[in-house]
Ligand binder design. Structure first.
Ligand SMILES: Nc1ncnc2c1ncn2[C@@H]1O[C@H](COP(=O)(O)OP(=O)(O)O)[C@@H](O)[C@H]1O
Ligand SMILES: [Mg+2]
Length: 352
């Protein structure tokens, strides 16, 4: 991954610590995602009234949109504990067993990257989710004994960047499934003001929208850009973050007015120039750009799709006329007829 991708995309452990500082703790502090908030409020209220755990929750969507935050909020609002793990981290049944049997009533078990659970672990989760039971074989060979351990009523909150990679068997076992979407510039502004006040850095009224517009609809990026702007203000001994400081900071970071950075532009150049607008497979793109296929698919592509700069077709990714325009190339070079471009919703998820 290139350095600029590291800068604007994934969180280092230091970033994670800073992220934790500005992370909303309760649903009321969670900005936007109206429908998710409404449905969660009702589900949690009802569960509390029954004195039971909330239904299992599946959250899917691109990185940085609030999935981990929501898992923490559910645990906090239900007054339960939170156990956090991830799909690849659970590598044997015994580990799953000890996680599950250690849960108290109404605890939240948060499994990040749930699409990366191994098959046997996923299957061992089914009875845990449905019957709050864990099936366990004690001993080996002829003396082996099947046992069923009963579990406390817990809530599984699972997150994934790719719902398409989950089998129906697992997906159907969640009572609540939420797609976390990109945020509007207005919501991002609210998040920026909130974070700025937590960090103790005043930001001017004309500066926040500038940051919001360049944040790719993503709170994590908004917070990250805010911290970069704060650093700029600091070295200039400015007491507030002004629009000028934001502009200067974004120029240095190579982020354009749409929030696109060097990695995005390289993707567009590859599709428009190197492959001259013809459908290109994800694997070919990843190899040419020396990016990981996953980074391309989960992190870079969703926002380019969202802006309508690229489209998915059965034969690969194509740049739209808007992409040619953005790069200052004649749009007549867009070889792919618009009507053959699939609408986003009917997009195949595994057309590598
Ligand atoms: N709705 C929101 N309101 C305020 N801040 C948010 C919201 N969603 C995310 N954030 C901020 O963005 C950061 C990344 O969110 P996170 O939950 O870690 O994303 P994900 O798990 O989807 O990658 C968090 O530190 C949090 O401060
Ligand atoms: Mg997360």
């Amino acid at each position: 991954m290139s350095e600029e991708t590291l800068l604007t995309r994934y969180a280092s452990s230091e970033e994670e610590r800073l992220e934790q500082e500005v992370r909303p703790r309760v649903l009321n502090e969670f900005v936007g995602q109206e429908s998710i908030r409404q449905q969660l409020t009702i589900a949690m209220q009802a569960a509390r009234a029954r004195g039971d755990a909330v239904d299992h929750i599946l959250l899917y969507g691109p990185p940085g949109l609030g999935k981990t935050t929501l898992a923490q909020i559910v645990a906090a609002e239900m007054g339960g504990g939170l156990r956090t793990t991830s799909g690849p981290a659970i590598d044997h049944q015994g580990m799953l067993g000890s996680l599950l049997t250690g849960l108290e009533p109404r605890d939240v078990l948060f499994i990040d990257e749930v699409h990366r659970l191994s098959r046997p672990i996923e299957e061992a989760l089914y009875p845990a989710m449905e019957d709050f039971a864990f099936d366990w074989v004690a001993g080996k060979g002829v003396g082996a004994q099947a046992m069923r351990l009963s579990l406390n009523h817990f809530t599984l909150v699972a997150a994934t960047t790719r719902a398409g990679a989950l089998g129906n068997a697992l997906r159907d076992r969640f009572g609540l499934t939420f797609r976390v979407d990109f945020y509007s510039p207005e919501d991002l502004c609210k998040i920026i003001y909130r974070s700025a006040s937590i960090l103790g850095v005043p930001i001017q009224e004309d500066a926040a929208p500038l940051l919001a517009a360049r944040s790719r609809g993503t709170p994590r990026i908004a917070n990250r850009l805010l911290r970069r702007a704060r650093d700029f203000a600091q070295v200039q001994s400015a007491s507030t973050i002004s629009a000028d400081i934001v502009e200067e900071c974004l120029a240095v970071l190579g982020i354009d007015k749409h929030g696109l950075d060097g990695s995005d532009r390289r993707v567009l150049q590859l599709l428009c120039q190197t492959f001259a607008g013809k459908p290109t497979g994800l694997g070919t793109m990843a190899a040419s750009l020396q990016e990981e296929t996953e980074t391309l698919e989960d992190v870079i592509e969703p926002y380019l799709l969202r802006l309508g700069l690229i489209a998915r077709t059965p034969r690969g990714r194509v740049p739209t006329a808007a992409a040619f325009e953005l790069l200052g190339l004649p749009t007549s070079r867009a070889v792919f007829p618009e009507e053959l471009v699939l609408p986003l919703e009917s997009t195949p998820t595994s057309d590598r």
